[in-house]
Design a protein around this ligand. Structure first.
Ligand code: FE2
Ligand code: FE2
Length: 331
């Protein structure tokens, strides 16, 4: 998972404008995207409980692609920090699909590849529905339970029932394979692993780390990206990892950061090629009071303001609690 001040030209209120910084195409605020998030959530829920409706799945994926093609920095990614504690596998699938498509758009993948990425992310954990009881117990999984859960990629394939082409099925099976052959189910290595799966896989791990589980709290986006980089020699394709870190930047979207102005802000967008010059929304002013008016800053435009560092994990909790429960940012 940021830096501006006194930047009136760019600091528009969302009132009367749904398209912040639209003139530069860097960040789009669109309240309708929250409805899209909820719609996708519904389609994933139904797919898990009643079976896959191919048309609805493809339409959800097309809508996400369209949102990112219009604005690579839009508020859809921020909504994906929300989590349904009752049904976190569903929210994991929704969030991963959004993140993977956002990353795929940033990579300039072809339309066909973007659809493949979306389908792979959407379907990769549907088979987890058989194991949801294991996650409700509030403890880390035992070795035996872990072995059982490793069957979920095949269960996902079984549920798809040949609705999608073989390359999608292969990609779904490969999401948990690691670059060094330490993954599952087939212990594939390097080039044996589907490129689409590699994209979904890195998003999958980032999503999982940045959301809570019954047995642990979530890690901040900044911590998660550091943890992912530590696995560079074993889990990930180096090229994809570098691109992913570039996409999310050093302070990924959703990170809480200190600015040199004394303000605390949340990162809402990135500028390609400028990993520390993010687009931020001010949450607390320099006196640690909640910002009264909406203030957005594109740090690429105001070089006087810069990010001093991430808010430490315990500080994140205090600030989020002070403002609003996580997942309910009023953007
Ligand atoms: Fe999975
Ligand atoms: Fe997953």
């Amino acid at each position: 998972m940021r830096e501006d001040i006194g930047h009136n030209k760019e600091q528009q209120s969302s009132e009367g404008s749904n398209d912040l910084f639209a003139s530069k195409g860097t960040y789009c605020f669109d309240p309708k995207l929250k409805d899209l998030y909820l719609e996708i959530f519904e389609v994933v829920s139904i797919s898990m409980s009643q079976g896959i409706d191919k048309n609805k799945v493809e339409s959800s994926i097309s809508s996400i692609i369209k949102a990112f093609k219009l604005h690579i920095n839009n508020n859809l990614l921020l909504y994906s920090y929300s989590v349904s504690k009752q049904n976190y596998i569903v929210s994991h699938i929704v969030n991963n699909t959004i993140l993977a498509i956002g990353f795929g758009c940033w990579l300039n993948l072809s339309d066909n590849d973007l659809i493949d990425v979306g389908l792979c992310a959407f379907c990769h954990d549907l088979g987890m529905k058989e194991y949801t009881n294991l996650f409700q117990r509030g403890h880390q999984l035992t070795d035996e339970e872990n072995q059982l859960i490793k069957k979920h990629p095949q269960r996902s394939i079984d549920m798809i029932n040949n609705l999608f082409p073989e390359r999608i099925l292969n990609a779904i099976l490969d999401v948990h394979e690691n670059e060094d052959g330490s993954g599952y189910p087939n212990k594939k290595m390097g080039a044996e692993i589907s490129y689409i799966a590699k994209i979904v896989s890195i998003c999958d791990i980032f999503e999982a780390l940045t959301h809570p589980r019954n047995f642990r709290n979530e890690f901040s986006p900044y911590e998660a990206i550091k943890m992912i980089i530590k696995k560079k020699d074993s889990f990930f394709d180096e090229n994809i990892l570098k691109k992913f870190v570039n996409y999310l930047s050093i302070y990924p979207i959703g990170s809480l950061i200190y600015l040199n102005t004394g303000e605390i802000a949340i990162v809402i967008g990135s500028n390609k090629g400028y990993p520390t010059r993010s687009i931020v929304k001010i949450l607390l002013n320099a006196n640690r009071e909640a910002a009264k008016d909406e203030k957005f800053i594109n740090l690429l435009d105001d070089k006087m303001v810069y990010i001093c560092g991430p808010v430490e994990p315990k500080g994140v909790k205090e600030i989020l609690h002070f403002l609003k429960p996580r997942g309910d940012f009023d953007l």
